[in-house]
Design a protein around this ligand. Structure first.
Ligand code: GDP
Ligand code: ZN
Length: 472
């Protein structure tokens, strides 16, 4: 709220590049004071030509002392990121240069440091980005894997927003026809047929929204990481598997936390897909209260898994489908309504007599999940397991560039479900109250507008911009 009221009139500035010593630092500013700021920092009567980089000596306006030689870009509004006058100073990344320039900017009248996300917020208020594009921009800055980057870029470029905008326009058109019918239904020139055309359009839209919602949370999985849980009986090599995966430097993004004593989590990048991998306590009945707590946390994890890596000891399971299925059944969540997809890991393959040939045959034969023979001890079979895992992730998350864009946030889903429900309530059967039916269409359109921010978004702006960094 504070930002909105202050948005007009003042000029904000911030360091937009990363912090710490670096070759080049980018400082940017937005607002009506930009032209004067460029003039006084470069000591020239005019800013450089719009949208080109110009090499300039940058000086402290108060003392005329040179601070650096760098590139200056001038973006007169409204053709700028925020829609206001903007400028960028590309200076050397040394801390003294950066703080010298920032202090010089801060002493100019009408300029102040930007709040986190304030540039993007101004772009939103000036109609440069809708809310889904703002969210895409935030995701792009956070993106750690290739698939995340693809999805975020698509959303930032407005694909998701345009989809919802198109739906909204469909509703506006349907409403116009319906209202015309209500106003002129006495008149023969407006025919009954109009009513059935509107009903057909509404029904088609309801189906399209439904299909969009039934995407298996693809976009959300990709955005937040797929929760992969390692589970199995004690001592089969679950922790060894986690360590093996973690030791592949190419696969690691960052350790999340060594959370509880029994659940260890880390973030991995598997073939471009983000994974949050957790290791759990071995599943078995036990009298030890501490272990029992570990087991119940493991079960809790399993309930929320998007994908399970079920580990069994290849030397301890029968090499036939029935027995394997039974051993697997003890690992997966009991009678879950929709069991999560699973990859079977037959570990300690180095201890199996025939190199696991009999097991492989059994896995191929019975209705078992895809399986990989592995030895955590020798590393043999790891490449095969990673490939299996990647294929499962691809199935779960889909190709972020294919088909229509995915919804990526739970708030999208919330409004879309409300939109669909309103469309389902639209039923201008003979004798129905047409005014009430029209109200449902308006309601549905309002929910779409809430997603893109075209309707009453003030209350969620703080939540959306909270995660942005200063300078964005
Ligand atoms: P967890 O209880 O399921 O987490 O199992 P651990 O990862 O702690 O491993 C249990 C024991 O099995 C340890 O002694 C490991 O060294 C051993 N182990 C794990 N993986 C393998 C393997 O592939 N081959 C062999 N021979 N031993 C393994
Ligand atoms: Zn363990």
């Amino acid at each position: 709220q504070r930002l909105c009221s202050a948005a007009q009139g003042d000029t904000i500035f911030a360091m937009s590049s990363g912090h710490g010593k670096c070759g080049v630092a980018v400082i940017r500013a937005s607002g009506p004071g930009c032209r004067a700021a460029v003039q006084s920092l470069t000591g020239r009567p005019e800013p450089p030509p719009p949208r080109v980089l110009a090499l300039r000596r940058i000086r402290d306006p108060a003392t005329a002392e040179p601070l650096d030689r760098g590139l200056v870009a001038w973006f007169p509004g409204p053709r700028s990121f925020t829609g206001e006058d903007c400028c960028e100073l590309h200076v050397h990344g040394g801390p003294a240069v950066v703080s010298g320039v920032l202090q010089a900017l801060g002493r100019l009248p009408g300029l102040r440091p930007a709040e986190p996300g304030e540039f993007a917020r101004r772009a939103f208020h000036n109609g440069k980005l809708d809310l889904t594009a703002v969210e895409g921009l935030g995701d792009l800055i956070q993106a750690e894997t290739e698939a995340q980057r693809r999805q975020a870029l698509r959303q930032m470029e407005g694909e998701l927003g345009r989809l919802y905008q198109r739906w909204s326009e469909t509703l506006t058109q349907a409403l116009a026809h319906l209202e015309a019918y209500i106003d002129f239904s006495e008149d023969d020139s407006v025919e009954e047929e109009v009513l059935s055309q509107v009903a057909a359009a509404v029904q088609a839209l309801e189906q399209e929204v439904g299909a969009h919602l039934r995407d298996g949370r693809r976009g959300e999985l990709l955005r937040g990481g797929v929760r992969v849980v390692i589970a199995g009986p004690p001592n089969v090599g679950k922790s060894s598997l986690l360590n093996l995966l973690a030791r592949r430097p190419a696969a690691i993004v960052s350790p999340v936390a060594g959370t509880t004593r029994d659940v260890v989590e880390l973030s991995l990048n598997v073939g471009g897909y983000p994974v949050v991998l957790s290791d759990t306590a071995g599943l078995r009945a036990t009298a030890d209260p501490v272990e029992r707590e570990g087991v119940s946390r493991a079960r809790e994890r399993l309930q929320h898994a998007d994908l399970v890596l079920a580990v069994l000891d290849a030397g301890a399971v029968p090499a036939e489908p029935g027995g394997l299925g039974e051993a697997l059944g003890a690992v997966l969540p009991p009678a879950a309504a929709a069991p999560p997809p699973c990859v079977l890991v037959l570990n300690k393959a180095d201890l199996v007599q025939d190199g696991g040939g009999a097991l492989q045959t059994a896995c191929a034969r019975g209705g078992l999940p895809p399986a990989a023979l592995l030895s955590c001890k020798t590393g043999e079979g790891l490449a095969g397991l990673l490939e299996l895992l990647r294929r499962q992730l691809e199935r779960l998350c889909g190709d972020p560039l294919a088909g229509s864009p995915s919804l990526t946030q739970s708030r999208h889903g919330h409004h879309l479900r409300a939109c669909r429900a309103a469309l389902a309530r639209y039923g201008p059967a003979a004798g129905a109250d047409l005014a009430l039916a029209a109200e449902q269409l308006r309601l549905a359109r309002r929910h779409l507008g809430r997603i893109t921010g075209h309707v009453g978004a003030e209350d969620i702006l703080d939540i959306i911009f909270r995660d942005f960094c200063v300078g964005k």
